[in-house]
Design a protein around this ligand. Structure first.
Ligand code: UDP
Ligand code: MG
Length: 348
C-alpha cells in the first residue's frame, strides 16, 4: 500500500492518520471547547498523527476569529473559510476534499456527537473490516418533540421510497476510510445529501449505536426552512416517488374510468339520462387519463435525465487482485483526474 498518510512503526504495524472534519456555522461559543475535546480524543489514539479541519461556512459571528485562534495554538488545526454560507452538506464536502488522513471522522461543531467515540469506532472499523462506521442514535437528548418526530418520519418515509438503503436515525457523524471520503468529495452533484451518497457507494458499512447529547452551546443552525430543503434534497435525489405520482394517478383513473364508463353505458341503456351525458362523461375521463399517462411517460424520461445529470459513478470497484499483487485496498484517488470523469465507473 502506498498511502502517504500512513506511518509505519518499527515493528511493521501501520497506524492510521486521523482527519476530523467539522463544518461550523455561527458556532463562536463552542469552537474552543470543540477543538479541545477533538484534540484530546485524537491524541490518545493517534499521538500527533491527526488533523482537525474546521470549515467556516460563511459565519456572520466571530467563528472565523475563534478558528484562527485555535490554528495559532496548535499545528494540527486547519481552517477553511468559505466565501459565504453554502450549507452544511457543501461545507462538509469542502472539508472532505481537504483531508490528509487515512481515516476520516465527520462531526458537528456543537458536540452533540462525542468525539471521544473515535476510539471505539476505529476498533469497530477494524474488527468488521468496514469502510464506514456510522453513528446511529439510540436517544437524542435536548431535542424537541417536533425535531424527533419529524426526523423519525423522514427516515421511515425515505426508507420506503428509495432503492438505496439509507440507515435509520443516522446523521453525518461517522468514521470512514479515506477512499470513501475521496469518492464523496469527487461526486459532482450539487444537491448533496451526504449520508445517502455514502450509502450509495457500497462497501461494508456498519452501525455504531450511541446516545446523542445536547448541544454544547448556541442554538440549532437548522431552522425549519433548512430542514425542509434538506429533506427535499433527500427525496428528490434518492427517490423517483414524486415523479411516479402521475403513473399512480393514471392507474387509479383507469379503474375509475372502467366503473364510470360502465355506469354511463348502463344508464344510457336502461335509465333516463340527459342526452349527451354519457359521451361527455366518457370523453372527459378519457382525456384526463390520456394526460396522466403522457405525464407519467415524461416523468420517467425526466427522472432518467435527472439521475444521469448527477454523474454518479456507474459502479465502484472495491479491490482488484492479480497474480503477483497483494490486492488489498488501492489508494482512493490513484490516477483519477476529477475533470476527466470515467464513463464506466470509478476504481477506488
Ligand atoms: N452548519 C453549517 N452550515 C449551515 C448550517 C449548519 O455548516 O448552513 C453546521 C453547524 O455549525 C453544525 C452542523 O452543521 O456543526 C449541524 O448543524 P446543527 O447542529 O445546527 O443541526 P442539528 O443538530 O440541530 O440538526
Ligand atoms: Mg446539532
Amino acid at each position: 500500500m502506498t498511502h502517504a498518510s500512513l506511518t509505519t512503526s518499527p515493528d511493521g504495524t501501520v497506524s492510521p492518520f486521523l482527519s476530523i472534519v467539522v463544518p461550523c456555522f455561527n458556532e463562536q461559543e463552542g469552537i474552543a471547547h470543540l477543538v479541545e475535546r477533538c484534540r484530546a480524543s485524537a491524541a490518545t489514539i493517534f499521538g500527533d498523527d491527526y488533523e482537525v479541519i474546521l470549515i467556516d461556512d460563511g459565519s456572520t459571528d466571530n467563528t472565523w476569529d475563534m478558528i484562527r485562534e485555535e490554528i495559532g495554538k496548535c499545528a494540527q488545526v486547519t481552517g477553511i473559510r468559505l466565501s459565504r454560507n453554502f450549507g452544511h452538506q457543501i461545507a462538509l464536502t469542502a472539508g472532505l476534499a481537504a483531508v490528509k488522513g487515512s481515516v476520516v471522522l465527520v462531526i458537528d461543531a456543537d458536540l452533540q456527537d462525542p468525539p471521544e467515540l473515535v476510539g471505539p469506532m476505529l476498533q469497530r472499523m477494524r474488527e468488521t473490516r468496514a469502510d464506514v462506521v456510522y453513528g446511529q442514535r439510540r436517544s437524542r437528548a435536548g431535542e424537541g418533540w417536533f425535531k424527533k418526530k419529524s426526523a423519525s418520519l423522514f427516515y421511515r418515509l425515505l426508507e420506503r421510497t428509495t432503492d438505496i438503503i439509507i440507515p435509520r436515525d443516522t446523521g453525518d457523524f461517522r468514521l470512514m476510510s479515506r477512499r470513501v471520503a475521496d469518492l464523496v468529495a469527487r461526486m459532482p452533484e450539487r444537491d448533496r445529501f451526504i449520508r445517502g451518497m455514502v450509502a450509495s457507494l457500497g462497501f461494508r458499512q456498519v452501525p455504531f449505536v450511541y446516545d446523542r447529547q445536547e448541544r454544547f452551546a448556541g442554538r440549532t443552525k437548522y431552522p425549519l426552512r433548512k430542514m425542509v430543503a434538506f429533506a427535499t434534497d433527500a427525496f428528490l435525489g434518492y427517490s423517483m416517488v414524486l415523479l411516479r405520482f402521475s403513473s399512480l394517478a393514471a392507474l387509479g383513473m383507469f379503474l375509475v374510468l372502467l366503473v364510470v364508463a360502465g355506469y354511463s353505458l348502463y344508464s344510457w341503456m336502461y335509465l333516463e339520462v340527459v342526452p349527451g351525458w354519457t359521451s361527455l362523461m366518457i370523453s372527459t375521463i378519457l382525456a384526463s387519463l390520456f394526460q396522466l399517462v403522457s405525464l407519467s411517460i415524461i416523468g420517467e424520461y425526466v427522472g432518467r435525465i435527472y439521475l444521469s445529470s448527477k454523474e454518479r459513478p456507474l459502479f465502484v470497484v472495491d479491490a482488484i487482485e492479480r497474480r503477483g499483487h497483494d490486492g488489498g485496498e488501492p489508494a482512493a484517488s490513484a490516477g483519477v483526474d476529477p475533470q476527466a470523469r470515467p464513463p464506466q465507473g470509478i476504481e477506488t
